[in-house]
Design a protein. Structure first.
Length: 691
């Protein structure tokens, strides 16, 4: 189902205003045009995959264009769409089963899960491989979707009316309308049990799974962290509190406050609220969806309509944008240069220089962002302290600054238009707004400058909470490992060239990265990622890599050389990370070019039969089927088999990994271009708790 969206004309927030804020007494309305898709019945429950929306209307499930997918004969209580996009599940009144249907075909049932008692609700796991089903006795059963077998169960303290998983799959939240419990998926332990005053009408996890919002029908929304489940916020005055959903960047929560209004509540400053008004009324459900181009939409229902409103012009989450770019720049800066000795590297990269470099990056990036978002401050003259000779300059929404102005110069400060900021340096404060850190304050009347300098602030809040900050010895070790890996790679590539298996037209890449994560219990984990990939010039791919239609690892000299490097690395320099029982996740990505497969290619079952195998295809969760009978019909299937060929070769050849707790994740990619340079394999080893 392809949706053709109209060009939206949303109100432009950030282009000219210094900073977008709104007081609790004001109401900033998004009055821009949106796409309204008329329906013959009033939609209630919404479900979505990418930009394809389906909905419940009474006993029926319908798609956005009005095509009926299901006529159930009973009232539908729950609609859940698989994140893989291949199916949806419905819970009907007074039934002990949950039926799963094809997302794209009318009335095509894929399977059924059976419970001993009447089912109340259900939801898919984030990877789309299992379905959680709750019944009237408080049981939740988890069914595997490739064969609909029940795998495990857990008991809730009540009959659940709604279930949702955290986006990382580590937690399951359930409610009966008065209480919310959160279950850890690793051991099915009770992580939280929260009582709610009034009726709990909705709850939602943030995209990064670090927060959960609980919305009650009395207009209160409480936000908890998901480590210790401490309450962070209690936001009032949200009307009827019908439904809520986190905006993907985590700065705003969208809340249905009544029959015809949706509020975007700023979690950093809850007096900042932006509204979407729906004159038709009947708003009960909402979600966020991205189309194939990555454009973000708010999707919501009204009487006899589904609405799509573009969300790309909300005020940006400055702190997150700044933090992401600072960390990326620091990762490059911390890499050891090929010519650096140990002593030179330790002199260049240490605690003191790291803090200084991070501060410089922050200032540089924030200053550029302030210019990009048109945030030049509207300056006005503030108060003056005759005891200290300090003058306040008010900068609109930014914090005031203070400069030393001798009393004899006061007469020249009559009009703010006579004052000019030169060489400004900006930062981002804890309120997610720009603040001035440095400037030369130039007085046009006298030609005299006064320096404001607050660049030496003791700490930046976003850096204090940075989980990527590591002890220096670990950072050094990672840099040295990467150097050793690169040297080993160069030796093995040289050998392959001498043996005339490879030429200068093949380049094999190796890299390492330290990743810090915090689990649901608040425990900090330091993981180590080791990456391998290669690139072959198009004209030489058939000789040194895969010819068109080939997928076996042994058919590619480049893949074989990369496999040899992996095996040697795990036996030598990386042996310290290969320990019995330790967890390692291996992510394999196979790629193919866009050359059409006009005739089915043979698959001789070298790696077994694959049915509904979960994969990530071009960044989207889905499933693939490749069997001897079906052969290879698409480039995605060809890319998948290249990944399976490498997996098979590693399982046979990399002996050191056999004692580890190993899991695999498969990605496939079909390039937009045509040519041998797009037929490649990428491998990531992620060692958990490596240090």
């Amino acid at each position: 189902m392809e949706i053709i969206t109209k060009k939206c004309c949303l109100f432009l927030f950030c282009a000219v205003a210094p900073s977008l804020t709104i007081s609790a007494q004001e109401a900033l309305i998004l009055n821009g045009q949106d796409d309204a898709y008329q329906q013959t019945a009033t939609p209630t429950l919404l479900g979505n995959y990418q930009n394809n929306t389906i909905f419940v209307a009474g006993q029926n499930v319908t798609n956005l264009r009005g095509g009926q997918l299901l006529s159930s004969g009973k009232q539908i209580r729950t609609l859940s769409v698989s994140p893989s996009g291949n199916s949806y599940a419905v819970v009907k009144d007074n039934e002990k089963v949950v039926s799963v249907y094809d997302f794209w075909k009318k009335n095509k049932k894929l399977g059924t899960t059976k419970m001993n008692d009447v089912v109340t609700t259900c939801c898919f796991t984030p990877d789309g491989t299992r379905l959680a089903v709750a019944d009237t006795k408080g049981w939740v059963a988890f069914f595997r979707l490739n064969d609909y077998r029940q795998m495990e169960t857990t008991m809730l303290p009540f009959e659940a009316s709604k279930l949702i998983f955290s986006n990382d799959g580590s937690m399951l939240a359930a409610s009966n309308g008065q209480r919310l419990v959160v279950v850890g998926m690793d051991d099915k332990s009770l992580r939280a049990d929260i009582a709610v005053e009034g009726n709990l009408s909705a709850f939602a996890f943030s995209k990064n799974s670090k927060e959960i919002a609980l919305l009650s029908s009395d207009g209160q929304m409480k936000v908890f962290d998901t480590q210790a489940f401490n309450q962070k916020l209690n936001i009032q005055s949200l009307g009827e509190g019908r439904d809520c959903e986190f905006h993907p960047d985590g700065k705003y929560v969208a809340v249905i406050t009544g029959d015809s209004r949706i509020a975007f509540v700023n979690l950093i400053d809850d007096t900042d609220r932006i509204y979407v008004d729906a004159a038709e009324g009947g708003v009960t459900d909402l979600l966020f969806a991205k189309d194939k181009r990555g454009a973000l939409y708010l999707v919501y229902n009204t009487v006899n309509s589904i609405h799509y409103k573009q969300m790309n012009e909300l005020p940006p989450y400055l702190t997150k944008l700044l933090d992401d770019e600072v960390q990326a720049r620091m990762a490059e800066w911390e890499k050891r240069m090929p010519e650096e000795t140990d002593e030179q590297y330790m002199m260049r990269v240490n605690d003191e220089t790291r803090a200084a470099q991070m501060r410089l990056f922050e200032e540089e990036i924030a200053t550029r962002m302030a210019s990009d978002y048109g945030s030049a401050p509207q300056m006005s003259l503030g108060n003056y302290n005759p005891e200290t000779n300090m003058m306040a300059l008010d900068l609109g929404d930014m914090p005031s600054i203070y400069i030393d102005v001798p009393k004899e110069d006061l007469r020249y400060f009559m009009n703010p238009d006579d004052i000019e900021l030169r060489n400004p340096v900006y930062g981002v404060g804890k309120n997610d707004k720009f603040e001035l850190l440095y400037a030369d304050i130039y007085n046009k009347n006298t030609g005299k400058s006064y320096t404001y300098d607050n660049r030496g602030r003791q700490s930046l809040d976003y850096l204090k909470e940075d989980n990527n900050f590591l002890p220096l010895d670990i950072a050094r070790q990672g840099a040295m490992d990467e150097m050793a890996l690169d040297e080993m790679k160069n030796e093995m590539v040289t050998t392959a060239k001498v043996q005339q298996k490879l030429s200068d037209h093949t380049k094999i890449n190796v890299s390492t990265k330290t990743i810090t994560e915090t689990d649901a219990d608040g425990k900090r984990h330091v993981n180590y990622k080791v990456s391998f990939d290669y690139a072959v010039d198009a004209a030489f791919s058939a000789r040194e890599d895969f010819a068109p239609g080939q997928y076996k690892a042994e058919q590619s000299a480049a893949a074989q050389t990369m496999l040899n490097i992996i095996n040697q690395a795990m036996q030598k320099d990386f042996a310290r990370y290969v320990q019995p029982g330790k967890k390692v996740k291996i992510v394999i990505k196979g790629s193919a070019d866009a050359t059409p497969i006009k005739k089915t290619l043979p698959y001789r079952n070298e790696y077994g039969e694959f049915t509904d195998v979960p994969v990530t295809a071009n960044g989207t969760a889905t499933t693939l089927n490749v069997t001897k009978a079906s052969g290879i019909r698409t480039n995605e299937e060809l890319a998948f088999l290249r990944a399976m060929g490498m997996k098979n070769a590693m399982q046979k050849g990399v002996q050191a990994l056999k004692t580890m707790d190993t899991s695999y994740e498969t990605h496939v990619e079909e390039a937009e271009g045509v040519g041998g340079q797009f037929r490649r394999i990428f491998v990531d080893y992620i060692f958990e708790d490596a240090f």
